[in-house]
Design a protein around this ligand. Structure first.
Ligand code: MG
Length: 388
């Protein structure tokens, strides 16, 4: 559909903007939000635009930020306050369309197809959302409008803060022409370096390659690149209620029998599942695994927990036990998968006090991944694998 109907809405420097709103003396100042316990060993979670002028950005160690911006105001994160504000914002977004896909506490995709009669076209809706968010929360939100998710997200980033950018079907080619390759979804630092070896620096540098060539060179990632470099993306906006489970599986090039290696893969996949659950503010009570052997026989096992979880450590530990219990690793594996189902919205689950420490670690890792691309950050266990 080449019609403008997808919006990407993203709050500007969300945590620090909320703090500036709460304490008006902070307006116009360099405000840097760290973790719950603000310490020099932590990382920046949000920097106000004033602080960004000094080179401070999220995921930077606090100690380094203090060197760049010694006069900045450093504050610990107040998550319950941000969550409350986030709920106000999502209430506004959901007024315009039921199809709101939450990506994080301050970011969402909206599909406004069919909402025109009530609120006008997609661009008018974007303008109304900006106005209503400003009026009701005293905060600014940047909105991108386009024909698909990928372009809408690029658009919202284009004129931040307080931006409203539209990429129409006719603009796609010229927009993509000058786009740096690392702005393409899925192109992290490692992939970008690989592409640079081929002389690919801009989205347009992909255009001369055929789909088959890219597939041969880079596999699935190459196929994605073919389409995204042309601004093509057919992912649909999914509201939270539609997500029934989150899982990840991998088919190995060579069957694997080494248990340590399989556990390392399992951990990597648990992290991916955890990341997606966190991104959607979801938790789940059932952990499941899937294995496939060389003869294509396939088995799955699941375990239900008393409390909903979404930390990679809990997913990993439960999945690992499922694999060990039934001796499922006695033969080499062709495929391994892990997932979480029986999902609920975060905050609606029973409280599990012991899970908290793990949660915070995951949140920090999630943030770093968003900042630097998925493949760069890993905990020690994953370092066993170097194929990522
Ligand atoms: Mg944001």
């Amino acid at each position: 559909m080449a019609k403008l109907h997808i919006l990407h809405a993203d709050m500007d420097a969300f945590f620090s903007a909320v703090e500036q709103r709460e304490t008006p003396e902070l307006k116009g100042k360099a405000v840097i939000i760290g973790g719950v316990n603000l310490s020099n060993r932590g990382v920046v979670s949000t920097a106000s635009y004033e602080a960004r002028k000094f080179g401070v950005h999220s995921a930077m160690p606090i100690a380094q930020a203090k060197k760049l911006c010694p006069k900045g105001v450093y504050l610990p994160a107040r998550h319950s306050l941000y969550k409350e504000t986030s709920q106000d914002i999502f209430k506004i977004l959901k007024k315009y369309t039921p199809l709101v896909e939450k990506l994080s506490i301050d970011e969402a995709f909206l599909d406004v197809n069919g909402c025109e009669r009530l609120y006008g076209d997609a661009v008018e809706i974007a303008a109304q959302i900006k106005e209503e968010v400003k009026r009701k929360t005293e905060l600014t939100i940047s909105v991108g409008v386009s024909v698909n998710k990928f372009l809408a997200k690029l658009a919202s980033d284009f004129e931040k803060p307080d931006g409203l950018t539209v990429i129409r079907a006719d603009d796609i080619k010229s927009f993509m022409y000058s786009l740096d390759i690392n702005k393409i979804w899925g192109v992290g630092e490692v992939f970008a370096a690989k592409l640079a070896e081929e002389g690919v620096y801009k989205a347009r540098d992909i255009w001369p390659y055929s789909l088959e060539e890219l597939k041969d060179k880079f596999g699935k990632a190459g196929v994605k690149l073919f389409f995204l470099s042309r601004g093509m993306d057919n992912r649909e906006v999914k509201s939270q209620g539609e997500i029934k489970s989150v899982s990840h599986e991998e088919t190995f090039v060579d069957n694997i029998s080494n248990q340590d290696k399989l556990f390392a893969y399992l951990f990597k996949m648990s992290e991916k599942v955890s990341f997606r659950l966190h991104s959607n503010s979801l938790k789940g009570t059932t952990i499941f695994i899937k294995v496939r052997y060389a003869d294509f026989s396939t088995f799955s096992r699941q375990k239900s927990l008393k409390v909903a979880v979404n930390s990679s450590e809990e997913i990993y530990q439960t999945a690992k036990k499922l694999l060990a219990n039934d001796n499922l690793l006695k033969k080499p594996l062709r495929l391994l998968g892990v997932g979480v189902s029986n999902l609920c919205q975060e905050g609606q689950e029973q409280l599990n006090l012991f899970a908290e420490a793990d949660d915070q670690l995951d949140q920090t890792i999630d943030k770093l991944k968003r900042k630097y691309g998925f493949n760069k950050i890993s905990r020690a266990r994953k370092l066993y694998l170097n194929d990522d």
